[in-house]
Design a protein around this ligand. Sequence first.
Ligand code: NAD
Length: 498
Amino acid sequence: MVAQIGHFIDGKKVAGTSGRTGEVTNPATGEITAHVALASVAEIDTAVRIAKAAQTGWAATPPLRRQRVMFRLKELIEKRIDDIARALTLEHGKTFEDAKGEIGRGLEVVEFACGIAHHMRGDFTEQVASDMDSWSVRQPLGVVAGITPFNFPIMIPCWMGAMAVATGNAFILKPSEKDPSAPAILTELFAEAGMPAGIFQMVNGDKVAVDSLLAHPDVAAISFVGSTPIGRYVYHTGTAHDKRVQALCGAKNHMVIMPDADLDQTVDALMGAGYGAAGERCMAISVAVAVGDVGDRLIAKLAPRVASLKVGPGLDPTSEMGPLVTRQHRDKVMGYVDQGVKDGAKLVVDGRGLKLQGYENGNFMGGCLFDNVTTDMSIYKDEIFGPVLSVVRAKSFDQAIAMVNDHAYGNGTAIFTRDGDSARTFAANCKIGMVGINVPIPVPVAYHSFGGWKSSVFGDHGIYGMEGVRFYTKLKTITARWPTGIRGGAEFNFSGRN
Ligand code: NAD
């Protein structure tokens, strides 16, 4: 049966009224499993109006009470983790265990939000001048919206939503139209945890919904995670409408492999970071830079592992890698592989021909491994977002750092080495937001913050942790004196020295 997925507005599920819907498919079978409502401008306006009316009371709710809702949310997510992971796998395609891992990383941010009373406390200075005190507080922005990508349909709504509501805002989630079921469960759990109606709403949609959030005068801020072209558009359009915008975007993450690296550990790390979630992660490693003479040894160990990757439906516990999210996306990834071959890269493992009996209509492909990739090829320059790893040879450490720094993207990177000096030099000099030393996917924990550099980000705040608190609040500084009436008289000069 094909399900109908609507919105969650004013504390309840509602059907879409625009008359427009999108198709949701199971990537393992190609079947259409749901129709998701695509919101109209009027539906977005309704959600914003409700959010605005609810936000004042929520902002006035003591942070301690707001964080108690987060504690309940944490318990509910933990209780429902298997249901959420299953819904996620059925629409995204990633393996069930990986889906649970994603939910775990989202939960970390909910846990951080459980301490929001502490994180939002202000600063106080006694005696900034004679008998005068000053203090700073952070207050919520009002109504804020989150536009999220298909590849982490739970983790990223948690990154934004938990931080936004814990800091006292009303939040409107516009998830990816490709896999809306898991975020729909999450939204219901926010309500079940005790969130007042209108504080956490979900409106499904496409460009119409996004554009209307970007232009709405009562939306104060937009958090976006997705591809670079759309992120650039969202950033420029949102800021042109005087909004605060953070847009976290695409990536091409390099792993630099030094000749002294432990190759067994490196190959294990590359398998997970390159092919986990079929490469559909913004922190996936898609380029391995082999320094000096390590290239041949690396390929010799890596190629058989890629060739024997167990590809299958995400709900099959033996699968190491699931299908790609849509047929269109799989074809685009295959197109990049074709182009890499045409451009002269050596395709050491070719996953294009993979067929799975019983899943002929699924969006499967096997892992692909290229060697001798050069920096002018499209497989090196573009984000492919699939199970395709490119090995590039670098003569020296300096050349490897230059490649990392010259690339347009700057989300994550990693170095594998046994040498502390190389690692330290790399971490200090790479122009990248998140750096791993013998750690392939250095996604920061919730009490640090996540964010890239260069074309991987627009705007200047990381997305959770204290950066998230700062993004979702504005600073107010109060300076006070309580004169007794004995000391008086007008002061005409700006007081320079206290
Ligand atoms: P996408 O840019 O296609 O979509 C992201 C969101 O934008 C979705 O909600 C979508 O509905 C909306 N959107 C799509 N086209 C639009 C348009 N023309 N106008 C307005 N809104 C539009 O991204 P995706 O394919 O869902 O996700 C994959 C991308 O996200 C990759 O580039 C990946 O690197 C990136 N990503 C980045 C991070 C990060 O933190 N840097 C994390 C996860 C994913």
